[in-house]
Ligand binder design. Structure first.
Ligand code: SF4
Length: 404
């Protein structure tokens, strides 16, 4: 008899399948027929399986083999989109892709991206993320992310800020609290900032995180009219009052920046209401109104305000309400740090191995020299060797095109 327990996996039997949930938001299924062929089994509790006719080691080995077999069927529960689990043995490096892993721009702010996907569907989302997204998602094993981050920190060898800036909502990463706690223990990290839409935060979560003195929140809030707020969030479930409560509570415990996106003819009239709300709080967060910018891959419901007009408007609001609204580089204290060597540069021709689909349809991630390379117009074929020409190498984010 063998008992297999997993912190990050949970199990549920459904008709002829064992449904496996990975980190709460991702799911795959193993046919019961294949599991029963190993041995009769029971679900002892949501995280534990019992195989009645297998010794421990064999059960572990055989179950993990089946799990690996069905990992390519992993989907994001929120959207049903394909999802890729990146773990220590996946053969997928954490540097090279803009959407996941580690992005180091040779500055004292390192971005980490443990997950993609979002529970909202904002009308202005610069990466078209959210409930209507059809992109492939990524979720990373926490310990793998920390291991690779530690290697980079050792290389940089000076104090840094970690910015959790995911393509989506970071608190959809079920290991987020553990990750933040682990980051907090690393002396070299002086600040941990995280962008969130605030909808998944609660007083309990904020209380648990409050021991983390390095943590800062950047929170979106785009309207105080409830109907408009739901419309902008693109989700009927958006609960404005709950978001306001969490902003107020978070500001008592952490440094908080509230960052509304100003869209002409959509929420200009909301900016003064937001200023008054922020000023009404006992612990006033910083307010950083942002100009809506048009992005090629984003949803673009408005025109950007010309910069002179935008700054004139901020000047007027600052004077009227006696509040600072313009955030500058100094507010984020970014310094230049050591350049991370690039294993290849734009124009190089090399052979790489296809490892998984990339975010957009018909795109792949190829791997060479411990870097990911995004390849457009590419049909995925696992482990296929491809000859590519590097098209972009800036900040160790790579794209390449297949050459025949
Ligand atoms: S919360 Fe952020 S990531 Fe999610 S849809 Fe809105 S803008 Fe995009």
């Amino acid at each position: 008899m063998a008992k297999l327990s997993f912190e990050t996996l949970s199990f549920k039997q459904e008709q002829d399948c064992l449904v496996i949930t990975l980190l709460q938001h991702f799911q795959t299924k193993i046919p019961l027929e294949e599991l029963n062929a190993l041995s009769p089994f029971n679900i002892i509790n949501p995280h534990t399986l019992e195989f009645t006719k297998l010794p421990q080691e064999k059960a572990q080995q055989k179950f993990l083999f089946l799990f690996e077999k069905y990992l390519p069927d992993l989907t994001t529960k929120l959207t049903g989109n394909k999802a890729i689990y990146i773990h220590k043995n996946s053969g997928i490096p954490l540097i090279g892709n803009i959407a996941f892993g580690i992005v180091y721009r040779n500055s004292s702010i390192i971005e980490i991206k443990p997950v993609t996907s979002c529970n909202l569907d904002c009308i202005y989302c610069s990466i078209s993320e959210g409930l209507s997204s059809k992109k492939t998602d990524f979720v990373i094993e926490k310990d793998y992310l920390l291991e690779e981050l530690n290697k980079l920190l050792y290389f940089i060898n000076e104090p840094v800020e970690i910015h959790v800036g995911v393509q989506g909502e970071p608190f959809l990463y079920a290991d987020m609290e553990n990750l933040l706690n682990d980051l907090n223990k690393i002396k070299q990290i002086t600040t941990i900032s995280i962008d969130t839409n605030c909808t998944l935060l609660s007083k309990d979560i904020l209380d648990r995180l409050s021991k983390n003195e390095k943590l800062q929140f950047n929170i979106s809030l785009d309207a105080l009219d409830e109907t408009l707020a739901k419309k902008i969030a693109g989700a009927k479930t958006y609960n404005l009052n709950q978001v306001k409560e969490q902003i107020s509570y978070a500001a008592e415990k952490f440094k908080v920046i509230v960052a509304p996106v100003l869209m002409t003819k959509i929420n200009e009239q909301e900016m003064e209401k937001i200023i008054l709300f922020i000023k009404s709080l006992n612990h006033q967060p910083t307010l950083g109104i942002q100009n809506f910018l048009i992005y090629k891959t984003g949803r673009n419901p408005a025109k950007s305000l010309p910069w002179p007009e935008f700054y004139t408007l901020l000047d007027q609001l600052e004077k009227k309400h006696h509040i600072k609204l313009k955030l500058s580089k100094e507010d984020f204290s970014i310094r230049k740090t050591k350049d991370l060597p690039k294993p290849f540069k734009e124009g190089d021709i090399l052979t790489a191995t296809l490892k998984c689909p990339d975010r957009f349809p018909n795109t792949c991630i190829a791997v060479a020299k411990n870097r990911d390379i995004s390849i457009p117009n590419c049909m995925f074929q696992k482990e296929k060797k491809v000859k590519i020409k590097i098209g972009r190498d800036k900040h160790n984010i790579f794209t390449g095109n297949i050459i025949k």
